[in-house]
Ligand binder design. Structure first.
Ligand SMILES: *Cc1c(COP(=O)(O)O)cnc(C)c1O
Length: 404
């Protein structure tokens, strides 16, 4: 069940802009870029100096969001040719790392032309492709590579994790059994690629203690590999996946504990630079999705509110099967001569306008009062929200966007 979220949890700029918007200006996404920058600055400050902070652009690639993080993060991780072109246009100077399963030759060529700093290689075939394309397009420049490895981890390390990309059979990364073959290939003089280290992004939704344990496991494994093959592996990218707790919008990933844990790992591995690439835990908190209640009704004993908009704008609760935390902003004017539909001191399911029972933003959520015409503001809508939603289904208008 959701912890109560009040209007006070909205930042002042978001509250002020909302007060200026009319019912027809909704739904709208509101992003507080100052709050984002402050949050990211605090995250950076909690990390040891020998940790590089990259932002995984796929969490929210809006250009003002990328720009707000500029100078705070070391660089940006991109996961497609589209993201690559977009981030490069938004931030021409930013260091980029290109990691994604299924990179096409055209995407790799574009990345080489744009001077991407790091490639996260997903297979031996991809390494060969990258080497062949680098020989043609990199014009003598060194092309730096990390091997993305799908390391085995103890099953309990990933217990209860919402998304696991590794530690079990998945299409992501290189199987540990295939790493020796990749190293042989990289050791050939004509290969044209420079191995810089290891990358592993194994899960999303881990707390600080679990993240530290995983980062330690990855870094120890990289050191073991380095010793076994007598090769330098100065960089270890331990991925993203820092948890966002949608059931407790005030909770935050414990960056201080995570930073202290990474310090311990760095002490054990003096020659290593660690890199992390969070997405969700950086941008989730800076975004709100605000809308209005079109109708309130009772169906077979349960109350429903139908909102303008829905999961075609904010798909997060549908994909994660959670209740998006929200707050109600009462709106007192009711222009109609008939009674205002309402639910009082009860539980209400917040649905959108789509003709599917899956279009639910929160289920059986407790409310003091919710009336047609009131406003509802969803929090934690700054990551994997608008950009993962199926905007064109039913052809409703798009929301407004406010970057504050
Ligand atoms: C998605 C992704 C991330 C970011 O994950 P979050 O859960 O948003 O922190 C980082 N690295 C890789 C390789 C990813 O695919």
């Amino acid at each position: 069940m959701n912890a109560p979220l009040t209007a006070a949890t909205m930042t002042a700029p978001v509250r002020a802009r909302l007060a200026e918007l009319t019912a027809d200006d909704l739904p709208a996404y509101l992003y507080d870029l100052t709050a984002l920058r402050e949050h990211a600055t605090a995250v950076r400050a909690a990390l040891p100096g020998r940790v590089e902070l990259y932002y995984a652009a796929k969490a929210n690639p809006e250009a003002p969001v990328l720009a707000a993080l500029s100078g705070v993060v070391t660089g940006y991780e991109v996961s497609s040719g589209g993201e690559l072109a977009h981030v490069r246009t938004a931030l021409p100077e930013a260091p980029l790392a290109f990691g994604a399963p299924g990179k096409t030759p055209a995407e790799i060529e574009a990345a080489l032309r744009l001077g991407v700093g790091r490639f996260h290689a997903e297979s031996e075939h991809e390494l060969r492709l990258l080497g062949a394309l680098a020989a043609r397009h990199a014009a003598g420049r060194t092309v730096d590579v990390l091997l993305r490895v799908n390391l085995p981890v103890a099953p309990e390390a990933l217990e209860g994790v919402p998304l696991a990309m590794g530690g079990r059979p998945t299409p992501f990364g290189i199987d540990p059994a295939d790493v020796d073959g990749c190293l042989r290939l990289l050791g050939e003089p004509q290969c044209g690629l420079r191995l810089r280290g290891i990358h592993a992004h194994l899960a999303s939704g881990l707390d600080a203690a679990a993240q530290v344990a995983l980062a330690g496991r990855i870094t120890d494994w990289a050191a073991w590999l380095s010793a076994r093959h007598r090769i330098a592996l100065p960089e270890v990218n331990v991925g993203g996946g820092m948890a966002v707790d949608y059931a407790d919008p005030a909770a935050r990933f414990d960056w201080a504990a995570f930073g202290a844990g990474l310090s311990g790992i760095l002490d054990r591995h003096p020659g290593v630079t660690l890199r992390i690439e969070p997405g969700r835990a950086l941008t989730a908190y800076c975004g709100w999705y605000a809308t209005g209640v079109l109708d309130v009704k009772r169906s077979h004993g349960e109350d429903f509110a139908v909102l303008r908009g829905g999961t075609h704008h904010l798909r997060t609760p549908a994909t994660r099967q959670h209740d998006q935390p929200f707050t109600v902003l009462p709106a007192d004017d009711w222009p109609h001569p008939w009674p205002r539909p309402a639910v009082r001191d009860g539980r209400v399911t917040l649905a959108g306008q789509l003709c599917t029972p899956k279009d639910l933003l929160a289920r059986r959520a407790p409310v003091g009062e919710l009336r047609a015409g009131d406003r509802v503001v969803f929090a934690l809508a700054g990551a994997y929200a608008w950009n993962i939603s199926h905007h064109d289904f039913l052809m409703h208008p798009r929301p407004g966007f406010h970057f504050l």
